[in-house]
Design a protein around this ligand. Structure first.
Ligand SMILES: *Cc1c(COP(=O)(O)O)cnc(C)c1O
Length: 462
């Protein structure tokens, strides 16, 4: 093979001068160009001329620009889409975050005394009220909550966490219950089998070394058939007998009964109900923990609610300081909790999306299709989902705009993603769908314009 001639490879400056405008900081552009040219000099690619070099570097920079966090139109119908940021916040909550971000605030200041205050005191009170619990606190996320709880309670010779084999689950990327427990300093004491665990299994496992009984909600999958495990009330009896705390990781933080969402059905159960904090505590759990940005509808956070004594111990653990929420999350959680206490559904987009009437979606869809003036678009019935590892079997009737048959649905999906703002759609039976349940009405005109632009560039669209 002939030696690749590298003498013509342009300088960094020459390339930077010829690049089209990209919205990236200049040092980032220069650095990328330098790295790409170094790759060429090392012979990793063999472009034949300068135009090709400029083209490939431009593509690289555009890919980097697209990796910035930015808003998208969620046309997937998945309400708590983990990759798209889980729960969106309402305008009032977003304004509370902006205000905490841009001004000084009382995050740790006591207006009464003029001295240092207790961080998060009010939001803890509001959360305790919401969960009907003696006390509450909050950390970075539910994984952190679990680590804090386990680390605090596994002290001295009491290191064992008793947990059912059916609950040693993986929830989303990088969250495996057994790994979290081990990393928190606990020794696992698995009981029962994957599908069957009974009270005697728990009873036999409890001994002098037991630190706590942990129940983890199997939030992101569904087991059916020969399946049984004790209720929280039954576990509570055993925990009392043994004098160990019972901890319930309920995961999604449903404050309302999800079985009452109009139209929500589940393949296996007529009333798809997620566990709620107050009933779990009432049934005898000493502490519950759950995420802030799932069904609660708030920011990323891990709420811990329950016994005053235990919550106090969690807060005195030095690790608490490393897991605490920042002021923006606290401001968002404070506002979200108040909306929940005030039943201000309109301020909670997650709730509002659940309850969007089908007919309202149809009216919006028809208007949007008319506005695009494209006769090849139509509305079809679709299925929205809760997502975020909650109620994996549950389906919510929805409506989607169906894009014209293109023969290349994946390519069309990518074109939609490359639009500004990106439109995230799905494919069903080789056709691209944009589900309207997860599109905000204030995004309708953006979506109409996007569709018009994209469809006019398609070969067969009218
Ligand atoms: C989602 C979930 C978690 C993890 O919550 P994060 O807030 O994402 O850390 C833990 N436990 C259960 C049961 C969950 O559903």
């Amino acid at each position: 093979m002939p030696e690749f001639d590298r003498r013509w490879i342009p300088s960094v400056d020459a390339v930077v001068r010829q690049l089209p405008r990209v919205v990236l900081p200049r040092p980032l552009i220069v650095n990328t160009v330098r790295n790409e040219l170094a790759r060429l000099r090392a012979g990793e690619d063999a472009p034949t001329n300068e135009t090709q070099v400029i083209q490939s570097i431009t593509q690289k920079l555009q890919a980097i620009a697209r990796s910035r966090i930015g808003p998208v139109i969620n046309g997937t119908g998945v309400i708590l889409h983990t990759n798209l940021g889980r729960a969106p916040m309402g305008a009032v909550t977003a304004a509370a975050v902006a205000s905490a971000a841009s001004q000084y605030s009382t995050v740790e200041f006591d207006l009464q005394t003029g001295e240092r205050g207790r961080r998060g005191e009010y939001v803890e009170l509001a959360l305790a009220t919401l969960c009907n619990a003696p006390a509450a606190t909050v950390v970075n996320n539910c994984a952190a909550a679990l680590m804090l709880i386990i680390n605090t309670l596994t002290v001295g010779p009491r290191k064992r966490v008793v947990i059912s084999r059916g609950e040693l689950v993986q929830i989303g990327g990088g969250f495996r219950v057994p790994d979290i427990l081990q990393a928190s300093g606990a020794v696992l004491r698995e009981v029962g089998t994957t599908n069957q665990t009974n009270l005697d299994d728990y009873r036999r496992a409890i001994g002098d070394e037991t630190a706590l009984i942990l129940r983890v909600h199997r939030s992101n999958f569904y087991m059916d058939g020969f399946v049984a495990s004790p209720s929280i009330a039954e576990l509570a009896t055993i925990a009392r007998e043994a004098g160990v705390p019972l901890i319930d990781d309920i995961g999604s933080g449903a404050i309302f009964n999800t079985a009452q969402i109009p139209g929500l059905t589940s393949l296996h159960s007529p009333s798809p109900q997620e566990p709620m904090p107050a009933p779990s505590l009432a049934a005898g759990a000493d502490v519950v923990c759950f995420s802030g940005d799932k069904l609660l509808g708030g920011p990323q956070a891990g709420v811990i609610a329950g016994s005053m004594e235990l919550v106090g111990r969690f807060k005195r653990n030095p690790i608490f300081r490393a897991l605490r929420c920042d002021k923006l999350a606290l401001a968002a959680l404070q506002q979200t909790t108040e909306h929940l206490l005030n039943q201000a559904i309109d301020e909670l987009p997650v709730r509002e999306m659940f309850e969007r009437p089908f007919e309202a979606l149809r009216a919006r869809g028809e208007q949007m299709i008319a506005a695009t003036e494209c006769r090849e678009l139509d509305l079809i019935e679709s299925v929205a989902r809760i997502g975020g590892g909650s109620l994996p079997q549950a389906e919510l009737p929805s409506l989607a705009i169906r894009l014209p048959e293109s023969g290349k649905p994946q390519a069309l999906l990518q074109t939609l993603r490359e639009h500004s703002p990106p439109i995230i759609a799905t494919i069903n039976r080789d056709r691209v769908l944009i589900d309207l349940r997860t599109v905000f009405p204030q995004q309708d005109s953006l979506l109409i314009n996007g569709l018009k632009q994209i469809l006019s560039s398609l070969p067969h669209a009218s």
